[in-house]
Write a protein that binds this ligand. Sequence first.
Ligand code: ZN
Length: 314
Amino acid sequence: MQHQAVPGPQPPSRERYWAPSANARRATPRSAVTNALTVDVEDYFQVSALAPHIDRATWNRRECRVERNVERLLGLFAARGARATFFALGWIAERYPHLMRRIVAEGHELASHGYGHQRCTELGRTELLDDVRRAKEVLEDGTGQPVQGYRAPSFSIGGGNPWAFDVLLEAGYRYTSSVYPVRHDHYGMPDAPRFPYASVAGLTEIPISTVRAGNRNIPIGGGGYFRLLPYAASRWAIARFHREEQRPAIFYMHPWEIDPGQPRVAGVDAKSRFRHYVSLHRTEGRLERLLQDFRWDRVDRVFDVEARPAALAA
Ligand SMILES: [Zn+2]
């Protein structure tokens, strides 16, 4: 079945620099590139942007919705033959070991999002080592599978804490997807490499995909942008990335992003509220289109992490 990987003459409306060129308007078949699909497995009350309004001590008492949301994602992925990498919190894996086993049993890669969802920038070396080791142990003990990948909460590895790579290597990880080469008020390292590279210590970093606009990197790999902008913008941007870079893209999302019925957290400022709740009811439909329009697989396979980690160095 052939799908259009590039939208028609309808340009994404909010971003001038995304106006499609004549080249982009030419219809092309579904891209042959297989991309990496990633899910950060955490619940709605663990999100960094809402953290100032939620005491960690209350996590245990809150209604958990992550299980049904992950099951829903697994169903969507299975229907489209897509595989993904699930970066799961140790805190979640401890409570839902059967969910972790199901992720693995359905052919997905299970990786680590740390244990307690503290930003790496808030942890010292020893605290980070404890957190990422504990998460790895919980995930591996629960499934019997080695965990190779790590994604920092809120992409919290950047210019201020490059030592985090050494810590991850020490804990036994082989790759990370934790540096976002964009400018954002909560995260990002705009001058970081845009493509997979090896840290000085030898760990492979696989950054979320961006496209260039002038001298800036524009995020195209999911998160709030996927919910905020029309789907055509994401489709067009990923197709442009393929055309320009001839590489697989990497996309990320969260289970709570397909859950419009999640409890609303009280006292959240207007900006964070908008970012968290915008278009939750549209995300599942958009995700289905994304799964249909592009090919998706696990990070370790798409970027050949297991076979040749060093070969990914830029
Ligand atoms: Zn997270």
